[in-house]
Write a protein that binds this ligand. Structure first.
Ligand code: 5GP
Ligand code: MN
Length: 340
């Protein structure tokens, strides 16, 4: 859907106050929380009653974000969330585009016959139908799309709270402006947001200088003891099983960012983090250049995402999951070793 058509249709929803639920994806990250909070705070300016729901808990390092304390976590407050969803007039889906990414909420949202809106930047949606959608893949983050939507209404709709939330989304999804920036407008949008927000230094510190000692030691252990380097495939794999995570007193969010470190080696084209979670094995993929981890995650790991950052899950043992990963690498050998 063209942006202008999206803005026109969204406007028909926005102009009459209603109950709106903003929903983001399972294992919410900075962009999921930032875009959902920013969009909900914008909608409230038009008199809507807005609730934000996420399928499961978000990391503690995002809990300071303005409005985060009011977010409903579906697997902790299922009855309340079901009641909110049953009473909603409109569902806004942010930062995901596949029903499975709604985790435990997926059946509920399929059954809801209400106006649905989607704002997202992932590839290959299999979600229909939407009253209106903004689905752009060459964009840093869903938060940037929310910023564009709000700025379409005018700079005066951006306040400190909205600016802060959206900036967290953009800063985290771009690795502090180090990747996923496809156009100069990202910076002009951020400049407008920073006019209303705390300084970049302050937001950066609030998001990143929050490690527990255990989390930093887990990072050290992952790189020193667990990083496998497969020169043949220009690939690095870090794997952490349940016992290893428990020995570092694992908390939600503690493995965030670990997957990026192996990519800082010049010779590495793809980095994979494999972690054993409750009942499933989770994969995080990162790549450099044209190698698409989205395609690999989609084909073999029930997942997807973006060209250079994707995730997926397998329901099998930890050992089997690692065997599967090693087994698929030869298929990608030429692409992984392509000189760019
Ligand atoms: P992360 O590795 O940080 O969990 O995820 C990287 C990117 O891939 C994020 O943009 C995230 O939304 C997406 N992603 C992660 N897991 C999945 C998944 O299971 N399915 C799909 N479609 N996307 C995923
Ligand atoms: Mn995102």
């Amino acid at each position: 859907m063209q942006k202008e058509l999206f803005f026109t249709l969204l406007d028909t929803v926005i102009q009459t106050p209603k109950r709106i639920t903003v929903l983001s994806h399972v294992n919410p990250d900075g962009d999921a929380i930032g875009s959902s909070l920013g969009f909900s705070q914008f909608l409230r300016k038009f008199g809507h009653e807005v609730e934000v729901i996420v399928p499961n808990a978000f990391p503690d390092f995002l809990s300071w974000m303005p409005g985060a304390a009011q977010i409903h976590v579906y697997d902790k407050e299922t009855e309340d969330c079901d009641r909110i969803l049953d009473q909603t007039d409109c569902l806004a889906i942010l930062d995901f585009n596949q029903p499975s990414r709604a985790g435990l909420v997926q059946n509920k949202i399929k059954s809801l016959k209400v106006t649905k809106i989607l704002i997202d930047h992932h590839r290959d949606t299999d979600f229909t139908p939407f009253f209106c959608f903004l689905s752009e893949t060459e964009i840093s983050s869903t938060s940037e799309l929310v910023a564009e939507t709000i700025l379409h209404y005018g700079d005066r709709f951006i306040d400190e709270t909205i600016a802060t939330n959206i900036l967290v989304g953009i800063i985290t999804d771009t690795g502090s402006f180090s990747h996923s920036i496809f156009r100069p407008e990202t910076f002009s949008i951020c400049a407008k947001l920073f006019e209303k927000a705390p300084s970049y230094n302050q937001i950066h510190r609030l998001v990143y200088d929050t490690f527990s000692e255990d989390r930093l030691r887990l990072l050290g252990y992952s790189i020193s003891n667990k990083m496998e380097v497969l020169d043949e495939f220009s690939t690095s794999i870090i794997s952490l099983n349940k016992e290893e995570l428990a020995s570092f007193n694992y908390q939600v969010g503690d493995t965030e960012g670990i997957v990026n470190y192996p990519l800082s080696m010049k010779k590495i084209k793809m980095a994979v983090l494999v972690t054993e979670r409750q009942g499933v094995i989770r994969f995080s993929f990162r790549s450099k250049g044209s190698f698409s981890v989205h395609e690999l995650a989609q084909k073999y790991f029930n997942g997807g995402g973006h060209t250079n950052a994707a995730g997926g899950t397998l329901s099998c043992s930890f050992t089997e999951a690692l065997e599967i990963l090693h087994r698929v690498l030869p298929e990608y050998k030429d692409l992984l070793n392509k000189i760019e």
